[in-house]
Design a protein. Structure first.
Lengths: 298, 285
């Protein structure tokens, strides 16, 4: 709360009058108790039904057939293949988009030039595009009927319905995460420290490694966490380009869909519980990073 | 120094920092290869259909029904989110109660949870035998395989947009404003309606538009609960996939291109709303 205004010092001197003034102030600046309680009740009930219930349901359904069935569902060879592909897709796309994010944030956060805000909007595009459209565009470029389709078939290369297509779709949907976290941070920090380092004779890479990188640390971590969560969890875009070949082009989310559609509910939720754990870990890390950043900012 | 800068009249402000050309070049090349060229492929493909062909593809009864459903359900879901998102953001910022921090952290769950997982969890929850569904059956409400189910799934994925846009706006709302209103004798409800709500309106509309935009393109969390009956519960993204899998490239391209144009329009609207919000914050209303 803001400190007492200078005009109120007279009331402050007398304790009772001050208390009365405070009570009057809080009555005027807050809602009646019943309104507060109702609003809290509505919000908590809404969030409990919409967010907590699905979350609890995933784990209860996953263990509905017992521990053994749970472990069997995860140790199934198709599930293991799906895990492997999910990790591979994330391991390729997260580092590439992290490097891109750093490079783009340097150009867009530290320099002022014409067309800058347009370029930032373009970088945000993959967020605005439907996942289905994200998959569709790669089918149109690399699919059998696409631009490079005939050439790829001639050289016996597969992109769509194969791992490269899945990686491409994942790269597309996770493209903006790191960049959009870093650009506003780098912009807000300004360029004076980097300029000082430059005047003292530091090279570009030295400035970047010693001055810029340490100061954006939390933002970078935040971007990478979100990027990874999306890379491992993407469903729509990957679904369009994958072709659903079991053991070959199935990621974990696609495997969940197949199990569910085959009425293997316990197994579907067992695999889903892994992805849910990943999501919860992401939320915990995100919250920690935010607390740290808030403390560092203070 | 300043005079030099204006004298050069270049497209870029002067800076002694190195690496601009290299980093901008890499950014442009990567963005073009991964984002712009593939998106251009969609437009070139649809332009090869011609206006008439494009219209024929998007005006089939099945496609029109899908558009009506996608737009209608997204609009309803965004409205529900605007209302409840406002209450949630208000309660999380203004009040202190046990479990507040936990709920605050959970708001991002729909962002973090893979959409396929949200889809099967919501479907199971709302099925006639499900935890919530069984209480709705006696009331004659069916959620699974209906438009209501689609709306609920879209409310789930859209909620964080409204809450996370409103929270900072609520926190930055200057207290002096409310104090002034109270000093002038305004009651709490009056202050809310005439002072607080107008100040939050840009953020609320931005969150509403974001939630709407996300809902139109959403696929994973909807397809499980929707039942996907043509003409009844088939959303545009799903119809696009069905046409693609049936090798109807013209149909899929036409639907994809219209969805993309719609995303661009909404993105523009969101940017303008954010600009409006910043202007209002800067001028202090």
């Amino acid at each position: 709360m803001a400190g007492p205004a200078p005009g109120r010092t007279a009331a402050q001197r007398s304790g009772a009058a001050h208390d009365a003034a405070r009570a009057l102030q809080s009555a005027a600046l807050s809602e009646p108790a019943w309104v507060r309680r109702t609003l809290i009740g509505v919000a908590v009930l809404f969030l409990a039904l919409l967010l907590l219930a699905p979350l609890a349901l995933v784990f209860i359904q996953a263990f509905s057939r017992g521990w053994q069935a749970y472990l069997d569902a995860l140790a199934d060879s198709d599930a293991l293949d799906a895990m492997r592909l999910t990790v591979v897709a994330a391991a390729i796309s997260v580092p590439i988009n992290t490097v891109f994010g750093l490079v783009a944030a340097w150009a867009l956060g530290k320099f002022e030039f014409r067309g800058r805000s347009l370029l930032i909007t373009v970088i945000d595009l993959p967020f605005a595009v439907s996942p289905v459209v994200a998959g569709l565009i790669f089918v149109l470029v690399f699919g059998a009927q696409g631009w490079f389709g005939p050439w790829l078939i001639e050289h016996d290369l597969r992109v769509i319905f194969a791992v490269p297509g899945i990686v491409l779709a994942t790269l597309f949907v996770t493209f903006p995460f790191v960049a959009r976290e870093l650009i506003p941070i780098m912009e807000a920090q300004g360029t004076s420290e980097e300029e000082a380092a430059r005047l003292m004779g530091a090279s570009g890479l030295q400035i970047f490694r010693r001055v810029t990188l340490p100061s954006v640390g939390w933002g970078l971590a935040y971007g990478i966490i979100l990027c990874n969560a999306r890379a491992m969890g993407e469903f729509g875009a990957v679904s369009v380009v994958s072709g659903h070949v079991r053991g070959m082009t199935n990621t974990l989310p696609l495997h969940v869909e197949i199990l569910y559609n085959e009425y293997e509910f316990a197994a579907a939720f067992a695999v889903a519980s892994l992805l849910t754990l990943l999501a919860l870990m992401t939320l915990v890390l995100k919250t920690l990073v935010e607390w740290r950043a808030a403390r560092a900012g203070r | 120094m300043a005079r030099q800068r204006t004298a050069r009249a270049s497209w870029k402000s002067f800076s002694i920092l190195p690496g601009f050309g290299l980093t901008l070049g890499c950014t442009l090349v990567y963005t073009s290869v991964l984002v712009l060229i593939p998106l251009a492929a969609l437009f070139l493909r649809s332009s090869s259909l011609g206006w008439e062909g494009l219209w024929r593809e998007v005006s089939t009864p099945r496609a029109l029904a899908a558009y009506e459903l996608s737009l209608g359900a997204s609009l309803v879901a965004a409205l529900v989110n605007a209302l409840f998102g406002f209450v949630v953001a208000w309660v999380l910022v203004r009040y202190r109660f046990p479990g507040r921090r936990l709920l605050d952290a959970l708001i991002d769950l729909p962002f973090a949870l893979p959409t396929a997982v949200s889809g099967i969890a919501l479907t199971t929850l709302l099925a006639p035998q499900g935890w919530i569904g069984r209480w709705l059956v006696p009331l004659g409400i069916q959620v699974s395989f209906t438009r209501l189910g689609i709306v609920i799934a879209l409310v789930f994925i859209g909620l964080p947009f409204v809450v996370r846009t409103l929270q900072p706006a609520l926190e930055e709302l200057p207290q002096a404003l409310e104090e002034a209103a109270a000093t002038l004798g305004a009651g709490r409800w009056h202050t809310f309606r005439r002072v607080i709500f107008p100040a939050l309106l840009p953020a609320l509309l931005t969150g509403f538009a974001m939630s709407f935009a996300r809902a139109i393109g959403e696929y994973g969390s909807v397809v499980f609960i929707a039942g996907n009956m043509p003409m009844k519960t088939e959303i545009v993204p799903l119809l696009t996939i069905i046409q693609l899998e049936g090798y109807d490239y013209a149909g899929a391209t036409a639907l994809g291109a219209t969805m993309l144009v719609l995303s661009f329009v909404l993105l523009l609207a969101i940017n303008l709303l954010q600009l409006w919000g910043r202007r209002r914050a800067a001028t202090g209303h």
